[in-house]
Design a protein around this ligand. Structure first.
Ligand code: AMP
Length: 194
């Protein structure tokens, strides 16, 4: 199973991606987590990424796509994966398509988690207090939403055109969202390759 979990900041992509990856034994590929780990370890990638993460900006496509390329080439990814937070721009989606073709992967579906913006802002303010993420300050959150609308939402249109996107209402209890995603996967609304 090869899936993308899509949606704005604060929608719950990370939580749901983790659950899906555990249930279906998939590699959980979160570019945000990978960047944060690199920053913590102070690697060259981390030093580059930090400048962007702290401001709520997107890390340049070339850097991000390079990171994903290495992971998609690994044996773990061959079994199946859930991408969380990638692609976030149309050029990233195009690069992903090339990479998938190269590694003979076929994308099964794009799960689009939907929550109203006011609720997202409320959630991210809570996360700022709970997790102390440097990019969850009020101003940065507003900026990340703007970037989502300008650069990331067009990715959804890209996948809708390919008939790969499925919308899931994510403004309910975490368990109910998980159930809705699993239903979509199991009832083949997300087309799963044998
Ligand atoms: P996330 O944990 O997915 O919300 O990502 C946190 C931050 O990491 C984002 O605000 C970006 O600065 C960076 N990031 C994560 N994924 C990407 C991506 N696909 N393209 C560019 N920047 C990214």
């Amino acid at each position: 199973m090869k899936l993308i979990l899509f949606g704005p900041p604060g929608v719950g992509k990370g939580t749901q991606a983790k659950r899906l990856s555990e249930k279906y034994h998939l590699a959980h590929i979160s570019t945000g987590d990978l960047f944060r780990a690199a920053i913590k370890k102070e690697t060259p990638l981390g030093q580059t990424a930090k400048q962007y993460l702290d401001k709520g900006e997107l890390v340049p496509d070339s850097v991000t796509t390079g990171l994903v390329e290495d992971i998609l080439a690994s044996p773990e990814a061959a079994v199946g994966f859930v991408l969380d937070g990638f692609p976030r721009t149309v050029p990233q989606a195009e690069a992903l398509e090339t990479l998938l073709r190269k590694h003979r992967h076929t994308l099964d579906g794009v799960i689009n988690l939907v929550v109203a913006e006011a609720e997202l802002i409320r959630r991210l303010s809570g996360r700022r207090e709970a997790e102390h993420r440097s990019d969850d300050s009020e101003e940065t959150v507003r900026h990340r939403m703007e970037i989502y609308h300008n650069s990331t939402e067009p990715v959804l249109a890209y996948y809708r055109k390919k008939n790969l996107a499925i919308d899931i209402d994510a403004d309910r209890l975490i368990d109910m969202v998980t159930q809705a995603i699993e239903n979509a996967v199991q009832h083949n609304r997300v087309k799963v390759q044998a």
